[in-house]
Design a protein around this ligand. Structure first.
Ligand SMILES: Nc1ncnc2c1ncn2[C@@H]1O[C@H](COP(=O)(O)OP(=O)(O)OP(=O)(O)O)[C@@H](O)[C@H]1O
Ligand SMILES: [Mg+2]
Length: 348
């Protein structure tokens, strides 16, 4: 029985089986015929090659879709994301991390404000039997029959709490996280999620989802680029450019450093204002944790604006993966001990 943590984010889908982790852009497109399959140089790894047939329909997923599909689907709309993206992205993650056909149990998450409304829908989209074919870079087909027997959905920022709280052997290792009042700021691509756990108990009052994700900043950068170059740059093509500080459009290199600094400063201010408002009554907070890929890039701007103790961001870790590491640890904690026990009936 496999156990997976899967975090389908608006920007990136992240997943882990405890040993290996994968991250790919949450986009897909129609599979084009690739006439010339050999790589010219052996550099681009096969991990970015995600080609699946789901119910007989072929898809390119993630970076492969970005490179090869004529039309790429990408959305920042919540309902559309769950209905049209979640299953394909999660199957891409399962195909990448499951060595063979079999049963799997999954812990996944939703933004806190969508949790009540969409958790049953998300669980039922993922649960059950899925037949797919995975096609590798050489064109070899691998048939996979996956049976998702259990799905547990938790509010996304709880992944980060659980990752900090549970050790590799999924026992409670950090009592501070188990006993204190901890606020989590999870900045993603589309959403910013805020939550408070008081001795691991969820605080409804301190939990909320807003639109202050990195995409808001990227949209301003894309507008500026359109003004100066006339080219409409899709938001999912800006990650590398913003990280590198420049973009080349039609042979002209455009510097993005100053604009990005300005925009990230504004975004961090917006997040800090939301935190002040949302957590106004929670002046007894022990610790604040910044997480999510957006948290990694905004932390230098955000930390000075927050009041109280803020956990240092570990620059050596990919913060995009923190929620999903927690999902996996939780899954292991829930189901890992009785692997040899008879399978419980399918449930949420
Ligand atoms: N190595 C990296 N590569 C790409 N983006 C990165 C990297 N490190 C940090 N980032 C930032 O991470 C952001 C995406 O974070 P994350 O994966 O947590 O979002 P998401 O979970 O997909 O979005 P949401 O939570 O809104 O659904 C990007 O916008 C980018 O600014
Ligand atoms: Mg996220």
């Amino acid at each position: 029985m496999d156990i997976l943590g899967i975090d389908v984010g608006f920007g990136f889908t992240k997943a882990t089986n405890g040993k290996d982790s994968i991250v790919f852009k949450s986009i897909f497109g129609e599979a084009a015929q690739i006439q010339f399959r050999d790589q010219l140089l052996d550099q681009a790894g096969s991990e970015s090659h995600l080609h699946l047939e789901v119910d007989g329909v072929p898809y390119f997923i993630g970076e492969l879709a970005e490179r090869q599909s004529n039309v790429c689907s990408f959305t920042l709309d919540h309902s559309q994301f769950i209905e049209s993206f979640a299953k394909t992205m999660a199957l891409g993650a399962m195909a990448s991390l499951m060595p063979e056909s079999g049963s799997v149990r999954i812990v996944t998450g939703l933004p806190v404000s969508y949790y009540q409304r969409q958790r049953d829908q998300l669980a039922s989209i993922l649960r059950g039997r899925h037949s797919l074919v995975q096609i590798d870079p050489k064109g070899t087909r691998r048939e996979l029959a996956i049976n998702v027997v259990q799905v547990r959905v938790i509010p996304q920022p709880f992944g980060t709490l659980l990752d900090n709280m549970l050790s590799e052997v999924v026992e409670i290792s950090d009592k501070r996280f188990a006993q204190s009042k901890v606020g989590v700021i999870d900045i993603g691509f589309r959403t910013s999620d805020y939550t408070i756990a008081d001795a691991t108990k969820y605080s409804e009052r301190g939990s909320h989802t807003t639109d202050s994700g990195i995409a808001q900043g990227f949209a301003l950068i894309a507008n500026k680029l359109r003004e100066v170059s006339g080219v409409k740059v899709e938001l999912y093509r800006l990650y590398d450019a913003v990280a590198q500080g420049s973009i080349k459009i039609r042979g002209k290199t455009i510097d993005l450093k100053k604009l990005t600094e300005e925009i990230f400063t504004k975004l961090a201010t917006a997040v800090a204002t939301e935190v002040d408002r949302l957590w106004a009554e929670d002046w007894d907070m022990d610790l604040i944790v910044i997480t999510g890929g957006g948290g990694a890039v905004l932390a230098p701007y955000l930390r000075p604006l927050l009041q109280g103790e803020v956990l240092a961001v570990d620059a050596s870790k990919d913060l995009r993966l923190q929620n999903v590491r927690g999902y996996w640890k939780y899954a292991k904690h829930l189901w890992g001990r009785n692997q040899t026990a008879p399978e419980p009936p399918t449930e949420i």
